[in-house]
Design a protein around this ligand. Structure first.
Ligand code: URA
Length: 210
């Protein structure tokens, strides 16, 4: 597997992903599963975060103990489906600062249109996790990462539930420096830009729309 793409093939992730793909799974369970998987994906995506040490006192003795180095992480949700991953990521990194990028997909051209952006202060000194469950064409993700880069951020990781080969290729071309962490790499996109076998529209599955 390339350094650019990490498939988190942990048995718990794969089991939960199967439940999410199943069209009979109701929205409440779908949201809960997405939260749980997001925690595992975050665990992998943050594996190489730099550490420093600080002196603390345990009830027994003083010690030099490891602690995360640098400013608090930024978590950037691509609206609306990215919000389904927020709680799971925050379960893992409660102190993360949270930003939002609003992009909708023009269904005719499949290109992203930005309607909202609010990022944490001081992005140039932070590592960022950009989250969106579905890496389909990669157009929205690449555009969201353009915005994050414009804020000065230079350490960006992209975390998704499912990826299509087309989306991975688009991201590799647009942002070769951004590592992708996904629960699975699916077969293809269909003519409507949906991932196959996929799980359908993640936002609709989450919120019971459609
Ligand atoms: N967005 C979704 O929610 N599902 C897909 O399959 C592709 C993009």
């Amino acid at each position: 597997m390339s350094d650019h793409l990490t498939i988190v093939d942990h048995p718990l992730v794969q089991h939960k992903l199967t439940l999410m793909r199943d069209m009979r799974t109701p929205s409440a369970q779908f949201r809960q599963l997405l939260r749980e998987i997001s925690l595992f994906l975050t665990y992998e995506a943050t594996r190489d975060l730099p550490l420093t040490t600080k002196i603390i006192e345990t009830p027994m003795t003083e010690m030099e103990a490891p602690t995360l180095k640098g400013k608090k992480l930024a978590l950037v949700s691509i609206l609306r489906a990215g919000n389904g991953m927020l709680d799971g990521v925050l379960d893992c990194i409660p102190s993360a600062r949270v930003g939002f990028v609003g992009l909708y997909r023009d269904e005719a051209t499949l290109t992203p249109v930005q309607y909202y952006s609010k990022l944490p202060q001081g992005m140039d000194g932070r590592a960022a996790l950009v989250v969106d469950p579905m890496l389909a064409t990669g157009n929205s993700s690449a555009a969201a990462i353009d915005l994050v880069k414009q804020s000065g951020c230079r350490d960006i990781r992209f975390v998704c539930l499912l990826a299509a080969p087309e989306g991975v290729a688009r991201m590799r071309q647009a942002h070769p420096d951004v590592r992708i962490f996904t629960g699975a790499l699916d077969t293809k996109l269909n003519e409507q830009g949906y991932i196959v076998p996929g799980l359908g529209d993640a936002g609709d599955r989450m919120f019971g729309t459609k």
